[in-house]
Design a protein around this ligand. Structure first.
Ligand code: NAD
Length: 258
């Protein structure tokens, strides 16, 4: 891919797994060049390969989004070749615990990846979007951004921050043609959920899977492809009137659980 190509450039953090992977595959089908960024380079390479073998174009990068210097270097390298049109801040980690059993190091780890990681990428991307007077940023928030969920103290803190960072950036860059929105999924069946079940409920994973599925009034978990479909729409010109918004996609979790 060279700079002259008419393809849009989309960078997806955490693109190696789950929701991020589905977003990469979906946007690649829209004829975008995909920059798959992940801490896990093997996973990022696999997604890159899947795209390239199916007629799309992608590159993979090993980056820890929590590392300000690494993110700055990534964007500086990319800038030599492309201007990023779309930034999807998807990389994130989970944590179970209330305020008493959340340690200081848990809190710092969650903050560094889920909050600072989003800051690092937006901070690094915004100047070139400003220059072009266009850009789309989509952040992965959560239902935990806006309702109380048991035992999610640190995670909820980070996803609340993702929601409000989205509002702030949308407001500050409105006049530069940059749209910034976030998506708030309920539970989506990804390795994120499977790892959580394996670690927290090693003896009754199937039972807990059913229980978690039913916590969505619609009776099941979301599919990564369903989140990718919403991302696809929000990136498109059909969504040109949408900025500073949060999109629940949660099987009725926030509004129908009564
Ligand atoms: P996942 O664990 O399947 O994938 C996350 C990816 O992010 C992995 O490939 C991982 O290697 C990468 N990653 C983690 N830390 C990183 C770092 N520091 N730097 C770069 N990459 C890193 O997760 P998922 O379920 O697809 O979740 C993706 C996003 O969606 C997360 O932000 C999560 O909070 C959010 N979300 C998920 C759910 C859900 O139920 N799965 C619900 C609401 C919100």
């Amino acid at each position: 891919m060279n700079q002259q190509s008419s393809k849009k450039i989309a960078l997806v953090t955490g693109g190696g797994s789950g929701i991020g992977r589905s977003i990469c595959l979906r946007l690649a089908k829209r004829n975008m060049h995909i920059l798959v960024v992940d801490l896990n380079i093997d996973a990022a390479n696999t997604v890159m390969q899947e795209i390239n073998e199916n007629g799309g174009s992608a590159q993979a990068f090993a980056v820890d989004v929590a590392n300000h210097q690494q993110v700055a270097e990534l964007f500086a390298t990319i800038k030599k070749h492309y201007a990023i049109d779309i930034l999807i801040n998807n990389a994130g980690i989970a944590h179970i615990g209330n305020i008493e059993n959340t340690t200081e190091s848990d809190l710092d780890r969650l903050y560094n990846i889920n909050v600072k990681g989003v800051y690092n990428c937006m901070h690094a991307a915004i100047a070139s979007m400003k220059e072009k007077q266009s850009g789309v940023i989509i952040n992965l928030a959560s239902v935990a951004s806006s309702v109380g969920i048991a035992d999610r103290f640190a995670y909820s803190m980070t996803k609340g921050a993702v929601l409000t960072m989205t509002y702030s950036v949308a407001k500050d860059y409105l006049s530069y043609g940059i749209r910034c929105n976030c998506i708030a999924p309920g539970r989506v069946h990804t390795p994120f959920v499977d790892n959580f079940l394996a670690q927290s409920y090693p003896d009754n994973q199937t039972e807990m899977f059913e229980k978690l599925s039913k916590s969505q009034p619609i009776g099941r978990m979301g599919k990564p492809e369903e989140i990718a479909g919403l991302v696809d729409y929000l990136c498109s010109d059909d969504a040109a009137f949408i900025t500073g918004s949060n999109f629940p996609i949660d099987g009725g979790f926030v509004t129908l659980n009564n």
